[in-house]
Write a protein that binds this ligand. Structure first.
Ligand code: MET
Ligand SMILES: [Zn+2]
Length: 743
C-alpha cells in the first residue's frame, strides 16, 4: 500500500436550488412576471456563489453544475439542440419554452433520471438537428470559480449520454436513433472543450451515466471512437454514477481518457473489474465512496479501505461522491427537531463535503459507522414477519374473487371511479399550514377536513360516479402522510431535494423498524362511507412507493424494509376490511422507478417488490376487492410485475398512449380488471365526453366490457374544480354511452 499518494477531494455535482430554495422562488416570480430576467440572473448568481462557498473546501470544485431548470436541457442548449418550436428571440425564453411550454408550443417530455425521483427533460434530436457549440454557460461558470482562486473542473453531460437520453424528433425516419448522430455531436464537443481549454480549464468532467446501463457492442464501439477523438482535445474525466460501468469500463480506459470516476456505492463491481484490467499508474481514478443518493454518514473506515484498494492500482487517486450530490438536501444544520441518535448518523450535502476532505486528509479520522441503536429494532415486527408462512402473500384464485366481489358490490359494466385525491384547494392548504404552525387546534382542523370529505362525497353522488373516494384532503403528500404515522420514520423541516425545475420534495427518512401504532386511514374512510350508500374505496400508498420516495436505511436489504412496511399496511388493510370497506386501493406509482437500471438485477427486484405488495394486500377475504394504481405508460419493463401484483383492478395512465397499453397488458397475460386513464390530469385541458367514450371503446374492443373501468389517469389534487367538474361529468356520460352500446 502506498500511503504517500496524495488523495484529491472533489464532488461530481451539487444541489443547485439554493440552501433555502432561493432559486425556486426567483424562478416562480420570473414565470409569474414579477421578476425580470436581470433579477432572475442576480438570484442565480447568489445561488452559484453559495454553491462555490460550500464547494471551496474541496481540492477541486465542479463547475457548470448550476442549472436554471435541468442539466440535460442545459446540455442540449450547449450544443444548440433546440427544437424549432422552442426558438424565441431570446435564449432564456427559448429555454423556459422548452422546459415548461408556452401558448405557442408544448414543452419537452419529462421523464425520470435513471432510478431516481429526479425528472429530466428529454431532448428531441433528428437527422437535421444542426449542432453548434454554445459554451458560454460552461465558460462563465468556470471563470466564476477561477476568479475565486479555486481549482475548477468544468462538468458537461457527455455526448453519448446526451444522445442516449434523447428521443427522435418528430418527423424523423422510423429507424432513426439520436445516437446515430454521435459522430457529428462529438465534433461540437471538440469545440466546447477547446473553448473551455482556452479559458484555462485543465481536467474536464464528462458525465456518462448512460454507460452504466446495458449497452450493445455497436454502441460501445461508437463510444470508443467518440472518446478516442475527444481525448485528443482535452484531459477528460468520465463520470458515471447510478451503478457500475461494467463492460463500458475497459472501453473508456482503452480510449485513453485521463481519468474515471467510479460509483463505489452502487457500482462496487467496477473496483474488482479495474484490478483485472491493465490500468496505467498514470490513470486518475476517482473513488466515489460518499453516497450521492442517500443521507447516511459515510463509514469512513470502509471508504478508506476502498481508497487504499484504488491506490494499489494507480498513483493518481481522487475521492468523491458516488454521483452528483443533487439528490440530497443541502444542510443538516436546520434539522434541530430530529432525534439526536438519528441526527448524528446523517450527512446532507454540506456534511458530505466535509467527509470528503477528511478522507483526502492523510491524518483524517477513519471511524467506522456505529451500528443502528438497538432501540430502532422492533422484535415484535421481526417475529411476526419470520412467522409468516410461505403462502402469506397469496389470495384465492382471481375467478373466485371476482364472482364474490360482484355479488358483494354489484356494479354496472364500465364502472366509473377516480384515483383518490380531489383538488387541494388554497383553502385546504391554508388550513393545513395553520394547523402545522399551531394556529388551528386539532378539533377545528379535523372538522374542516371532515367538511371537505362531505363535500367531495356529495359532489361525486351528484355526478353519478359508481365507486367513490373520500378525496384525501387530510394528506399533505401520499408518502409523508404515512411516514408521519408509522414508527421508524422521521420527517425533516427543510430537507428539500429538487424533483424537477422549481419543484422540490422533502423525502421522509426511514431509519428504523417500521410498525403501525394505530389505524391511519380508517376513520376517514368510515366517515366518508357513513355519508353514502355507494361504495367508498379505502386508499393507501404501497410499500414500494413509500420506499422510493423516502431516504431509506442502508443497513439491511430493501426487500426486508419493504416487508416491514407491507406488514404495517396489511394491518391497515385488515382494519379497513373489518370496518366494512369492500374496495381497497393500494397505490404503487413508483413501481417502475425503483426498477434497476441494468437487466441482471431486475428479476430479484420484481420478486421482492411484488411480494411486498401482495403481503400488504393478501390478508383480505375473497369478496374484498384490491385495486392498485400506477401512473405512467412505459409498462414494457414492468408488465410482468403488474400481473404479479395480483390486484383485482389496476388503473394506469393510457390517455397519452392512445390505449396502446391496454393491448400490451392483454398480451402479457393480465387477466383482471383494468382502468385505463381516459383523462390526462397532468394537463389543464378538459377532454370532451366523446373523446373519452372513444378511448373506452378501444379498451372494450381489446378486453371486453366486463373488465374495463372508467377513470382519470391519476389523482385530481393538482387540478381545479373548474376542470374537475366538467371532466368528470364527461367521464360519467362517456361510460353511460359505451355501456349502452355494449348492452
Ligand atoms: C401519484 S399517484 C396518486 C394516487 C393518489 N391516490 C391520488 O389520487 O392522489
Ligand atoms: Zn397517479
Amino acid at each position: 500500500m502506498n500511503h504517500r499518494t496524495a488523495v484529491r477531494s472533489t464532488a461530481l455535482g451539487y444541489p443547485r436550488i439554493g440552501s433555502d430554495r432561493e432559486l425556486k422562488r426567483a424562478l416562480e416570480a420570473h414565470w409569474a412576471g414579477r421578476l425580470d430576467a436581470a433579477g432572475l440572473e442576480r438570484a442565480a448568481a447568489a445561488v452559484r456563489a453559495e454553491m462555490l462557498d460550500d464547494l471551496s473546501v474541496l481540492d477541486q470544485v465542479p463547475t457548470g453544475v448550476f442549472s436554471y431548470y435541468d442539466h440535460v436541457l442545459d446540455a442540449a442548449f450547449a450544443v444548440d439542440a433546440v427544437a424549432p418550436r422552442h426558438r424565441r428571440s431570446d435564449r432564456l425564453a427559448s429555454y423556459f419554452a422548452a422546459a415548461r411550454g408556452d401558448d405557442a408550443a408544448a414543452p419537452l417530455e419529462m421523464t425520470k433520471w435513471f432510478d431516481t425521483n429526479y425528472h429530466y427533460l428529454v431532448p428531441e434530436i433528428g437527422p437535421a438537428t444542426a449542432f453548434a457549440p454554445r459554451p458560454e454557460k460552461a465558460v462563465a461558470e468556470f471563470l466564476e470559480a477561477r476568479e475565486r482562486g479555486l481549482d475548477a473542473r468544468p462538468v458537461l453531460v457527455g455526448p453519448a449520454s446526451l444522445l442516449l437520453l434523447a428521443k427522435a424528433a418528430e418527423g424523423a425516419p422510423a429507424d432513426f436513433r439520436p445516437f446515430d448522430r454521435l459522430g457529428d455531436l462529438v465534433e461540437v464537443y471538440v469545440e466546447m472543450l477547446a473553448a473551455l481549454a482556452q479559458a484555462g480549464a485543465g481536467l474536464i468532467q464528462l458525465d456518462e451515466p448512460a454507460l452504466c446501463a446495458d449497452r450493445t457492442p455497436a454502441e460501445l464501439e461508437a463510444v470508443a471512437a467518440a472518446y478516442r477523438r475527444l481525448v485528443a482535445e482535452a484531459e477528460i474525466l468520465v463520470a458515471g454514477g447510478y451503478g457500475p460501468f461494467g463492460e463500458s469500463l475497459p472501453v473508456l480506459l482503452e480510449s485513453g481518457v485521463e481519468g474515471i470516476a467510479l460509483d463505489l456505492v452502487r457500482g462496487r463491481s467496477d473496483l474488482e473489474a479495474l484490478a483485472s484490467l491493465d490500468v496505467s499508474r498514470e490513470t486518475f481514478i476517482v473513488a466515489g465512496v460518499v453516497d450521492g443518493r442517500n443521507i447516511w454518514r459515510t463509514d469512513l473506515a470502509d471508504a478508506a479501505a476502498d481508497i487504499e484498494a484504488v491506490k494499489a492500482l494507480t498513483d493518481r487517486v481522487g475521492v468523491a461522491s458516488s454521483s452528483s450530490l443533487l439528490h440530497v438536501p443541502v444542510d443538516l444544520a436546520p434539522e434541530t427537531g430530529l432525534p439526536p441518535l438519528l441526527a448524528e448518523r446523517l450527512a446532507f450535502a454540506r456534511q458530505k463535503l466535509i467527509e470528503l476532505t477528511v478522507l483526502a486528509d492523510p491524518d483524517g479520522a477513519r471511524d467506522a459507522r456505529p451500528a443502528s441503536p438497538a432501540a430502532w429494532r422492533d422484535a415484535a415486527v421481526r417475529d411476526r414477519l419470520a412467522a409468516l408462512g410461505d403462502g402469506a402473500d397469496r389470495r384465492a384464485p382471481y375467478a373466485d374473487r371476482q364472482a364474490s366481489q360482484a355479488k358483494r358490490v354489484p356494479l354496472p359494466p364500465l364502472p366509473t371511479t377516480t384515483i383518490g385525491s380531489f383538488p387541494q384547494t388554497a383553502e385546504l392548504r391554508k388550513a393545513r399550514a395553520a394547523h402545522r404552525q399551531g394556529l388551528m387546534i386539532d378539533a377545528d382542523y379535523q372538522a374542516r377536513m371532515k367538511a371537505e370529505v362531505a363535500a367531495v362525497i356529495a359532489e361525486q353522488e351528484r355526478l353519478g360516479i359508481d365507486v367513490l373516494v373520500h378525496g384525501e384532503p387530510e394528506r399533505n403528500d401520499m408518502v409523508q402522510y404515512f411516514a408521519e404515522l408509522l414508527t421508524g420514520f422521521a420527517t425533516t423541516a427543510a430537507g428539500w431535494v429538487q424533483s424537477y425545475g422549481s419543484r422540490c420534495v422533502r423525502p421522509p427518512i426511514l431509519y428504523g423498524d417500521v410498525a403501525r401504532t394505530a389505524p391511519m386511514t380508517v376513520p376517514w374512510t368510515s366517515y366518508a362511507q357513513s355519508l353514502t350508500a355507494k361504495p367508498v374505496k379505502g386508499m393507501l400508498t404501497g410499500p414500494v412507493t413509500i420506499l422510493a420516495w423516502s431516504f431509506v436505511r442502508d443497513d439491511q436489504p430493501l426487500a426486508d424494509t419493504a416487508d416491514q412496511v407491507a406488514l404495517a399496511l396489511r394491518d391497515e388493510v385488515a382494519d379497513l376490511e373489518a370496518a366494512g370497506t369492500a374496495i381497497i386501493q393500494v397505490d404503487e406509482p413508483a413501481l417502475r422507478e425503483l426498477l434497476p437500471v441494468r437487466e441482471a438485477p431486475r428479476a430479484a427486484y420484481r420478486e421482492w417488490s411484488t411480494r411486498s405488495f401482495r403481503l400488504a394486500t393478501s390478508g383480505v377475504r375473497p369478496d374484498t376487492a384490491i385495486h392498485t394504481h400506477l401512473c405512467y405508460s412505459e409498462f414494457g419493463v414492468v408488465i410482468d410485475a403488474i400481473a404479479a401484483l395480483d390486484a383485482d383492478v389496476t388503473s394506469i395512465e393510457a390517455s397519452r398512449s392512445k390505449m396502446e397499453v391496454v393491448a400490451d397488458l392483454g398480451r402479457a397475460g393480465y387477466r383482471s380488471g383494468i382502468g385505463p386513464g381516459v383523462w390526462d390530469i397532468h394537463s389543464p385541458r378538459v377532454p370532451a365526453a366523446a373523446e373519452m367514450a372513444e378511448a373506452l371503446r378501444l379498451a372494450v374492443a381489446a378486453l371486453g366490457p366486463d373488465r374495463v373501468w372508467a377513470n382519470p389517469d391519476c389523482g385530481l389534487k393538482t387540478r381545479r374544480y373548474e376542470e374537475v367538474v366538467p371532466a368528470l361529468e364527461g367521464l360519467v356520460e362517456a361510460a353511460r354511452t359505451v355501456r349502452a352500446e355494449a348492452a
